[in-house]
Design a protein around this ligand. Structure first.
Ligand code: AMP
Length: 193
């Protein structure tokens, strides 16, 4: 049972990597992509639909109280002993602390935080191509993209230090071909005790 976090700037390819790793049966990962879960809340007309929609549209982080509810609910519903692959959560220090505390209740912990590094100048290109492929509204507006980039630098980047201090940080060059990135991540996972 190894719980992994994938993080990096918007457009770094963490969603693609999460899907590929989840498809590798030997890992038996349950993927928790908070962005997907939040979009699901919107499509299912959940109680907090309007609030969530408002934050996603603006490219802002949904308030922690709300994310925590969604994450806790998701984790509680999974079978005991599964390995989680976290995609897009945590995205700030309070979320990282929350996740550590939540996993500790199940006597388990994060084993590796995989940081997909992509140079800023390529991110916009990637997001624009995803906007065409997936039609996500938050990829279509430059102002929203800008907000997400700024929030990433201010809020999410500090989690790299958080995991580095625990010797759990693994940096991966996310600029290479997608399959090479997957291979590197697999090497990291295979090397975990
Ligand atoms: P993503 O699909 O990971 O690109 O996330 C899309 C949007 O969902 C983000 O821009 C935020 O508005 C929201 N979101 C995703 N993950 C989080 C998180 N960890 N904390 C708060 N909001 C989030």
């Amino acid at each position: 049972m190894a719980h992994i976090i994938l993080f990096g700037p918007p457009g770094c390819g963490k969603g693609t990597q999460a899907k590929k790793l989840t498809a590798i049966t030997k890992y038996n990962f349950v993927c928790m992509a908070l962005g997907d879960l939040l979009r699901k809340q919107i499509s299912e007309n959940a109680v907090h639909k309007a609030t969530i929609e408002q934050y996603i549209r603006k490219g802002q982080l949904v308030p922690d109280s709300l994310s925590f509810e969604v994450v806790e609910d998701f984790i509680q519903k999974q079978a005991a002993g599964v390995s989680f692959l976290f995609d897009g959560f945590p995205r700030n220090i309070p979320q990282a602390i929350f996740l550590d505390n939540l996993l500790a209740q199940y006597k388990t912990q994060i084993e590796a935080a995989i940081f997909l590094e992509v140079e800023k100048k390529y991110l916009l290109e990637r997001l624009q191509s995803r906007a065409v492929k997936e039609g996500r509204l938050d990829d279509q507006d430059l102002h929203t993209i800008q907000t997400r980039m700024e929030l990433y630098e201010q809020e999410t980047l500090p989690i790299a230090n958080y995991y580095e201090r625990m010797n759990k940080l693994y940096k991966v060059d996310g600029m290479r071909a997608s399959d090479q990135v997957t291979e590197t991540i697999e090497g990291i996972i295979n090397g975990l005790k």
